[in-house]
Design a protein around this ligand. Structure first.
Ligand code: TYM
Length: 343
């Protein structure tokens, strides 16, 4: 029996997809697949429009993310892989949810504060309303589970809260309350240059992250340059406290090798970081090379990728339109003529 009824998640097609996206999100989607009844994976291209730098090369970046999903193990015959902009119901539901979202809730969103920076008056309205559109991405499918990294937890909680107020207004449960599924060990992969900042697409330094399309030499170089401290590896995870870079590198190694940090502490106890870095480089290369090769192969044939995206959008549109009809009805809007004909 499936544990997860309907899973939905997404990634913004901005710049390079990195190890944090893989370990915090996609790797978990693949692991959950066998216990999931239905899966939808969106490439959230309309979200990318909220930040100017990310809105460049949108169609190529959208295909790159689709290729990454497939290369990492998402089967397009079992899951719908699609672009958000191909399913207009997201933005329509987004508007309806805007009308239920108190400003006080949006003012608490930490990601807006991070992205808008000090001059929030100059930030665009799309960036501010982004979490509401993200709630619509989830609720339009009545998704029950949303696998994401730790940084998206607050957004999924907002989606739950908005589902709650909408249900209250409708006087019945139109939406299930979606649950965030956050991997314990890889919830927050940190920058290779600073163990206190998240690995992120927007970091100016390429050395802060491993891209899924990095070749072996680049991976080896980035790990060689990764920041560490001068202490040796301790015998227990407890002793890693206060050593963010050391914890991060061991955490990445643990996730890729499917071992616990305890086991790694025992294995490397007393050794210097150079031995961990060598082992980490080896496992990163052996894990990411097949993904990179498959992505490059898929990207050689953009028409095939587009076909997968159009097929995914067809599945997504049919589910979304059905739910949108119920939403419009719950809001008391006059039925559209095409809906009258279907009745
Ligand atoms: P985005 O594109 O920033 O990131 C995509 C996914 O990768 C995870 N992630 C990480 N996990 C661990 N460590 C890291 N350093 C790291 N960096 C990124 C994110 O948590 C996310 O799961 N708002 C979302 C996209 C979105 C979405 C949705 C997600 C829009 N609508 C609906 C789920 C459901 C975002 O910007 O993710």
């Amino acid at each position: 029996m499936s544990v997860y009824q309907r899973v939905l998640s997404g990634i913004r097609p901005t710049g390079h997809i990195h190890l944090g996206n893989y370990l915090g999100a996609i790797h978990n989607w693949v692991r959950m697949a066998k216990n999931t009844k239905e899966q939808l994976f969106c490439i959230v291209d309309q979200h990318a429009l909220t930040t100017v730098d990310d809105s460049k090369n949108l169609s190529d970046n959208t295909r790159t993310i689709a290729a990454a999903y497939i290369a990492c193990g998402i089967d397009p015959n079992k899951s719908a892989i699609f672009a958000q902009s191909h399913v207009p119901a997201h933005t329509e539901l987004g508007w309806y949810l805007n009308c239920f979202a108190p400003l006080g809730w949006l003012n608490r969103m930490t990601q807006f504060k991070d992205k808008a920076g000090k001059n929030s008056d100059r930030a665009n309205l799309g960036l501010y309303a982004y979490p509401v559109l993200m709630a619509a991405d989830i609720l339009i499918y009545k998704a029950t589970h949303v696998p994401v990294g730790e940084d998206q937890k607050q957004h999924v909680e907002l989606a739950r809260d908005l589902a709650g107020v909408f249900n209250n207004h409708a006087n019945y449960d139109v939406f299930p309350l979606p649950e965030p599924i956050i991997p314990k060990e890889t919830a927050r992969i940190m920058s290779l240059r600073d163990g206190l900042s998240k690995m992120s697409k927007s970091d100016l330094s390429d050395y802060s992250r491993i891209h899924l399309l990095d070749d072996s030499d680049t991976i080896a170089l980035k790990i060689r340059k990764a920041k560490t401290d001068s202490d040796s590896i301790p015998g227990t995870p407890k002793e890693l406290e206060g050593r963010p870079e050391a914890s991060n590198l061991l955490g990445i190694y643990a996730a890729l090798s499917d071992q616990t940090i305890e086991t790694l502490c025992v294995r490397f106890e007393g050794q210097t970081f150079s031995s961990v870095k060598q082992a980490l480089t080896d496992i990163l290369i052996s894990s990411l090379t097949p993904i990179r090769e498959k992505m490059l192969h898929l990207l050689q044939n953009p028409d095939e990728l587009d076909k997968i995206l159009y097929k995914g959008a067809e599945t997504a549109n049919s589910l979304a339109e059905q739910n949108l009809k119920e939403v419009r009805n719950a809001l008391g809007l006059l039925p559209r003529i095409d809906q009258l004909r279907k009745v």
